[in-house]
Write a protein that binds this ligand. Structure first.
Ligand SMILES: O=c1nc2n(C[C@H](O)[C@H](O)[C@H](O)CO)c3cc(O)ccc3cc-2c(=O)[nH]1
Length: 348
């Protein structure tokens, strides 16, 4: 195995058929549903690497007196093989009896699905937060149940501070003509139907990276940006003061993957939110939104789907190294293939 140097930290002994990356540190910036599918692929691609997933927490919401962290829970359940495969969030074999009882009492909101098994997670998290533990300590505690190998896989909230994504929509009856709703209300109750006039990350200015986040990025041998929602999943992580700077400064190659394929998000509602931040709903626009590191952005490489190969010249002209491949995450092996392909081409 040739000596690993930082010029090519991912140097594989490419002669060995089962080239393994050992003692390699990988940091992933991710959201929830798409992000967790991506991370399962990263684990498949680099089984011996030490993985730190920096997870968006701006989706978090307080309901029924409980602190709910959808993206952290989706990542945790998914990597712990407890996720409901159809929904992509929440627990497998879930029941909804407590939620139905709350509705029977007329307790609002009833539009946010609270599963009985999932409730235990929110109860533990809320108790620990109320006892003064930071969200990162709570996450570590919850993960001891779900993630067997904590020194090879760690979930970090982007921050321990309270940050919430709120979406500004038209409200004809309001004096200002607009109102802000929590992202969960925009997505789960309103199905992202209203035009998004603005997307706010409430509290982001005062937020600080959670313990370990900056080190995970600066000490990484590879940083990956998951094909998560650029506005409400990757966006908030990059907006926590200090995180974008650390990504720009890291010696590791930074490779991003597009969640927009043929002008639409594979999952979720990014197409309803990208216009609010002035970014077209296409794989090139999102890559240029993140920007090449040479131009002050965060990416060394950008991976788009084969159906968007026609966008490659535009990315090349803008100075962003980009490649196209099959980006459909049909299973961890498929995801693993496109990750390795993208990393190899984007770091050569
Ligand atoms: O579409 C829905 N998504 C629900 N989600 C998904 C959630 O809105 C998204 O996973 C993210 O916030 C956006 O990616 C939940 C996630 C949780 O962790 C816990 C409860 C829910 C409840 C719902 C729900 O009722 N409907």
């Amino acid at each position: 195995m040739p000596a690993r140097d930082h010029a090519d930290p991912l140097m594989l002994d490419r002669t060995a058929p089962d080239a393994r990356l050992v003692d390699v540190q990988i940091a992933v910036v991710a959201g929830g549903v798409g992000g967790s599918r991506f991370v399962r692929g990263v684990r498949h691609a680099y089984p011996d690497a030490r993985l730190t997933v920096i997870v968006n927490t701006a989706d978090d919401i307080r309901l029924h007196g409980l602190h709910i962290s959808p993206d952290l829970d989706t990542m945790m359940y998914s990597l712990g093989d407890a996720i409901d495969p159809e929904r992509g969030w929440g627990r497998a074999d879930e029941t909804w009896r407590v939620g139905a009882e709350l509705a029977a009492y007329g307790v609002e909101p009833t539009w946010f699905g609270l599963g009985d098994l999932d409730l235990a997670t929110h109860l533990v998290r809320t108790q620990m937060l109320d006892a003064g533990y930071p969200l990162s300590a709570v996450t570590q505690a919850l993960c001891t149940r779900w993630l067997t190998d904590s020194d090879h896989l760690q979930l970090l909230p982007m921050t321990d501070d309270r940050v919430e994504t709120h979406v500004v929509i038209d409200a004809p009856s309001a004096p200002s003509g607009v109102r802000a709703v929590h992202f969960q209300e925009y997505w789960v109750k309103l199905h992202a139907e209203p035009e998004a006039r603005q997307v706010l990350q409430v509290g982001i200015e005062k937020s600080r990276p959670a313990p370990g986040v900056i080190e995970a990025i600066t000490e990484a041998d590879l940083v990956l940006v998951a094909p998560s929602n650029p506005v409400v999943s990757v966006g908030p992580v990059l907006a926590v003061p200090g995180i974008r700077t650390a990504i720009i400064a890291t010696k590791a190659p930074v490779v991003g993957f597009s969640g927009i394929i043929s002008g639409a998000p594979v999952l979720g509602m990014a197409h309803r939110l990208l216009p609010a931040i002035g970014v077209d709903v296409d794989a090139a626009a999102v890559g240029l939104h993140y920007g090449s590191r040479a131009a002050g952005g965060i990416l060394d490489g950008w991976v788009i789907d084969d159906t968007d190969a026609g966008l490659l010249p535009r990315l090349a002209q803008a100075g962003l190294t980009a490649v196209s491949t099959d980006l459909i995450m049909k299973d961890p092996a498929a995801t693993s293939r496109f990750i390795q392909y993208g990393v190899k081409l984007a770091t050569e």
